[in-house]
Design a protein around this ligand. Structure first.
Ligand code: CO8
Length: 258
């Protein structure tokens, strides 16, 4: 696999693992790290042998936000002309399910990066927040939109306007994270979930991911129509034939597309 400067990339059978690795900066997200994460995730996504991806950081920090030292000297023209941080949007185009395993700080861009993933499994020490307001800016990688959809307007306004941190029990209660587990089990739990997903039909999981995402991008009626079209399309796959035959024959399915 490609060598990267700011991340580590490994794979175990059908699961790819991307680990943010700028320990001295609490995994602060600079341009190099963004380009490397996007490149690694795109490469894993294109690999038919990969059925799910996990993105994680360190126990102390998933990521403490965008790199403030990199941003501090930038002006309006700089960020506009570079379309600063727009490349993170590429993660929304992955077909392969991607899980964030979050321990420690997930602040600012770190919280936004976790929310760019399909779901978040958090360790008990995880802390979420959008503290950009303390720096005189606002979230810029979708935080104002994804946090609002995840936890609702009142709590999102509270987080974004005060910059306060949210501990993991509140994050679970609010629906920001799917599961909370002991800190030292966050990564293994996410890898287990990824392994489970990677054992399903990749065609079905891509359709399922697409369908759930429609809930955020369309009206209810359009979303339901899109879901139905995707559901019907699964009947064109050999994995549908195999999955249903296996149930009837009381055996494990042997999907072709995984
Ligand atoms: N950027 C750069 N360096 C950082 C960052 C960061 N976001 N966070 C921590 N570091 C560095 C520190 O400077 C320090 O480095 P050094 O040892 O060289 O001084 C090292 O990491 C360790 O940090 P601390 O000593 O501060 O560790 P503490 O345990 O005392 O505190 C905190 C941990 C609370 C996480 C603290 O570091 C902190 O508050 N960090 C900043 C959090 C923050 O404000 N994040 C939001 C950043 S803005 C953002 O994400 C905007 C995203 C949208 C941009 C899109 C543009 C289009």
């Amino acid at each position: 696999m490609t060598d990267y400067a700011t991340i580590l990339v490994t794979r175990d059978d059908r699961v790819g693992l991307i680990t943010l690795h700028r320990p001295k900066a609490l995994n602060a997200l600079n341009t190099e790290l963004m380009n490397e994460v996007v490149s690694a995730a795109t490469e894993l996504d294109a690999d038919a042998g990969i059925g799910a991806i996990v993105l994680t950081g360190s126990e102390r920090a998933f990521a403490a936000g965008a790199d403030i030292k990199e941003m501090s000297s930038q002006g309006y023209a700089d960020v506009v002309n570079q379309q600063f941080f727009a490349a993170w949007d590429n993660l929304t185009r992955l077909r392969t399910p991607i899980i964030a395993a979050v321990t420690g700080y997930a602040l600012g861009g770190g919280c936004e990066l976790a929310m760019l993933c399909d779901f978040i499994i958090a360790g008990e020490n995880a802390v979420f927040g959008q503290p950009e307001i303390n720096l005189g800016v606002i979230p810029g990688i979708g935080g104002s939109q994804r946090l609002t959809r995840a936890v609702g307007k009142s709590k999102a306004m509270d987080m974004v306007l005060t910059g306060r941190q949210m501990k993991v029990d509140e994050a679970e209660r609010s629906g920001l994270v799917s599961r909370v587990v002991p800190t030292d089990q966050a990564l293994s739990t996410a890898l287990d979930a990824a392994k489970t997903i990677a054992g399903k039909s990749a065609l079905a999981s891509a359709a399922a991911k697409d369908a759930v995402n429609r809930a955020f991008e369309s009206s209810l009626a359009e979303g339901v129509r899109a879901e139905r079209a995707l559901f019907y399309a699964t009947f064109a796959t050999d994995d549908q034939t195999e999955g249903m035959a296996a149930f009837v024959e009381k055996r494990e399915p042997n999907f072709t597309h995984r």
